[in-house]
Design a protein around this ligand. Structure first.
Ligand code: 5GP
Ligand code: MN
Length: 320
């Protein structure tokens, strides 16, 4: 049986579910988790949503924000579904816990090894929300306005507001269907992109001051330190989207944000334009991701971390 249909059958026939996604969940992880939650709830099922980290305040306008619980590895359910999770370790579930459950893995990261009993992995999908939409529509599972809003959030954020190369004709067809189900694009967009806290901009102004260009302006690096967080009374949650400023400079092909999450421990976010595949580079930093958006981590002092990044992109010197 076609795999999406098979997953739809499981959603209909089983009665209890746990939905998980990757730590520090983004709009796609949250949107696709909550869309499945809503659709299943409205079918009368027992459903839980867990995540290793509390979702950022950006998403606190969502009706079901509060139902997302920390990972417990103890919910007594028949089916576990992971969404947008490239490695099982990133959702916090233990092997022992999932062993006796039916484990469905729904993702669009090409690096996903297929750790589920059932694996739906489509790297061409604009967002995991598109795959959830496929599953629900193929199986005629009702999509309410609330479910549609979560799917729209997933697609809006993962395509960079329909700007990235992952945006296809089908992406707009799905978005149109969601609008027909009652989604108001301005409502989602203004809550995500026009509801920022003032201190975030205080932090941003410090971060923009660190921007530097390398390799004839093809690589841009910015960083945020613990000191900057302290000064502006902010946390990592306030840095959502900052890396995009590095990429958005004219001539820049790769934009980097180094974020000091703990002293001398940096999270690296990498974004590229066009054909440069940064997921391969992220692997050198114990990470992964997509062609144009990837991430990882570096343990080093700031100057050394910067050097490592510059070295990793030395291929930019030879191209052109
Ligand atoms: P961000 O820079 O927004 O944290 O992540 C961008 C993309 O890179 C996401 O799609 C995410 O899947 C991937 N990514 C970020 N950090 C890591 C990491 O530490 N490991 C892996 N495998 N992927 C990551
Ligand atoms: Mn995604």
């Amino acid at each position: 049986m076609e795999i999406k249909k098979k997953i739809g059958q499981i959603l209909k026939s089983r009665s209890s579910f746990l939905i998980v996604s990757h730590k520090n969940p983004d709009g796609d992880a949250i949107g696709s988790s909550l869309a499945l939650y809503r659709a299943l709830k409205e079918m009368g099922k027992e459903v839980y949503v867990e995540n290793p980290t509390k979702p950022a305040y950006t998403y606190d306008f969502l009706k079901d924000y509060e139902i997302i619980e920390p990972v417990s590895n103890s919910k007594d359910v028949e089916v576990v579904i992971s969404v947008d999770t490239a490695e099982i370790s990133r959702c916090g579930l233990s092997d022992g816990y999932v062993k006796d459950k039916l484990f469905i893995n729904i993702d669009h990261h090409k690096t996903n090894p297929g750790f589920g009993d059932i694996n739906l992995i489509e790297p061409e999908a604009s967002a995991v929300g598109c795959l959830v939409w496929d599953i629900l529509t193929i199986s005629n599972i009702p999509i309410s306005k609330a479910t549609a809003e979560y799917l729209y959030l997933s697609i809006l954020t993962d395509t960079g507001s329909f700007r990235y190369s992952s945006t296809k004709p089908k992406t707009f067809r799905i978005a149109a269907d969601l609008l027909e189900r009652g989604v108001e694009p301005w409502f989602v967009a203004s809550n995500i992109y026009e509801s920022e806290k003032l201190e975030t901009f205080k932090l941003l102004s410090l971060v923009l001051g660190t921007l530097e260009l390398f390799y004839d302006g093809r690589l841009a690096i910015a960083y945020v330190t613990q000191e900057m967080f302290r000064k502006t009374n902010t946390t990592a949650d306030n840095t959502e989207g900052f890396v995009n400023y590095a990429r958005s400079i004219r001539g820049v092909e790769v934009g980097i944000l180094l974020r000091e999450d703990e002293p001398d421990k940096f999270k690296i976010s990498i974004r590229s334009k066009g054909n440069i595949d940064v997921s391969d580079v992220a692997v050198h930093f114990n990470g992964g991701g997509h062609k144009n958006a990837a991430g990882g981590s570096i343990e080093a002092k700031l100057e050394d971390a910067k050097k490592k990044v510059i070295e990793a992109f030395s291929f930019l010197e030879n191209e052109k």
